[in-house]
Design a protein around this ligand. Sequence first.
Ligand SMILES: *Cc1c(COP(=O)(O)O)cnc(C)c1O
Length: 184
Amino acid sequence: TQANLVAVLSARNTLDPNIKKTGLRQQHDLVLFISDQAHYSYVSAANVLGLGVQNIIRVKSDELGRMDTEALEFAIQTAIKENKTPLFIGATAGTTVLGAFDSIEEIANIASKYNLWLHIDGAFGGSALLSNSYNSLLAGSELADSFSWDAHKMMGVPVPCSVILTRNSGVLFDTCTTTDDKET
Ligand SMILES: *Cc1c(COP(=O)(O)O)cnc(C)c1O
């Protein structure tokens, strides 16, 4: 939950570094795209970050619980037509209920085409990267801007232990650090 919050914060402040300084202004209607199987932590993130929970679009999933990528692209185009700013795609590697893995490579193509932040919620299924038999389920994950992983899920660590990784170094420092300095 915390890692997904930091991912959305990083996406928001990377898109517009001024937001950290000035706060969100009315003209921003930043939209998040997640599947209808994605974890509810994104709702909390949209609330905490002032993006508005209505700006989360839940894209339908297929019979195995994987995000429907055609529906994703259509939803992005619809948001653009409505003069909103698509910000973030949250792909899930291992959904909480069905254990589904979204097709990361297909979603990464769409993220790059429309210039959206790609986050992978690997809280549950990210551990499959450690398996030679199952790591192909996360093929393309190196294309993500950020990745969250929980050691207290499949790894069985008995206390909450979450990791957030970013593709580019400096992102967490630039987007999350705050000091008393007016410039930051
Ligand atoms: C459990 C889970 C979360 C939330 O993880 P916590 O770190 O326990 O808050 C987020 N996403 C998915 C897919 C999960 O299964």
